[in-house]
Design a protein around this ligand. Structure first.
Ligand code: MF3
Ligand code: CO
Length: 257
């Protein structure tokens, strides 16, 4: 199986999906405050989607029950919204959301602080966000997948944190998960060569402590050591003009999150 190369017309369609994802995530991150539950976030997301084109990508995917993944503190990814999971001051919550519009997908995630957070947790968010920026900057024709993974891994490890191995970024297009896989680690100059028209969901998952993962339930991955984990994601196309972040407006420049 080959990696799909998307035409400019297809990229515009993916951008339409990406813009819906962007709008919903921007509204949700402002909605986060101490006292709400992760199910409140889910319900708000459902309200926000109503009337927008397309359909949420996660609900029904391999039986997943919700439109969002909400992963709190030591939860890494794929946390299931619950009315029992109340957010408290000092928590962090990763909100992960995808849409399918006109047959094309967008996928993005942001980790949001709940009120004031500890300086060491703030640093985890800052480093993970910065690792996404550095990865996106490597999303250029001629580079290799290992260059992108290495950009994440080197920054993360220099800061004393660790990258998760069990979950990876992924090709995205007319399916949510497509070839290639993009590990958040790697060696420069190794792996498949990046070409114009490739689209990849770049999603560093960074643990404050050890990289080891355990499953809390059928879906929820959490850190084995119980320390916090952060996650940021964008859907990124490789173009002649460099990386194009499809999950935000064209006019938006600067740091990805
Ligand atoms: N962004 C997540 C991923 O790429 C979303 C998939 S979660 C699922 O893995 F619930 F849809 F499975
Ligand atoms: Co993804």
């Amino acid at each position: 199986m080959a990696i799909h190369l998307r035409s400019p017309e297809e990229l515009e369609k993916m951008h339409r999906a990406g813009l819906v994802v962007h709008e919903v995530l921007q509204a949700l991150r402002k909605f986060v405050r101490p006292g709400i539950t992760t199910m409140d976030l889910e319900e708000e997301a459902r309200r926000l989607i109503a009337g927008k084109p397309g359909k949420p990508a996660f609900k029904g995917y391999r039986g997943y029950p919700c439109v969002l993944c909400t992963s709190v503190n030591s939860e890494i990814v794929h946390g299931i919204p619950s009315p029992k999971r109340k957010l408290q001051e000092g928590d962090i919550v990763s909100i992960d959301f995808g849409m399918e519009v006109d047959g094309y997908y967008g996928d993005s995630a942001v980790t949001v602080p709940v009120g004031e957070i500890k300086p060491e947790v703030k640093k985890l968010l800052d480093v993970t966000r910065e690792s996404l920026d550095r990865a996106i900057d490597k999303m250029r024709a001629g580079n290799r997948l290992g260059d992108v993974g290495h950009a994440v891994q080197s920054l993360v490890e220099q800061n004393g944190f660790s990258v998760v191995r069990e979950f990876v970024g992924h090709g995205i297009g007319t399916k949510m998960h497509d070839e290639p896989n993009l590990p958040n680690y790697g060696e420069p100059g190794r792996g498949a060569r990046l070409q114009e028209g490739m689209v990849i969901a770049v999603e560093p998952m960074v643990n404050a402590g050890r990289p080891d993962v355990r499953m809390r339930d059928e879906w929820t991955a959490e850190t084995a050591d119980g320390r916090p984990s952060a996650h940021f994601e964008h859907t990124v196309a490789i173009t002649a003009n460099g990386p194009w972040i499809l999950t935000r407006p064209k006019a938006m420049t600067g740091p990805a999150w």
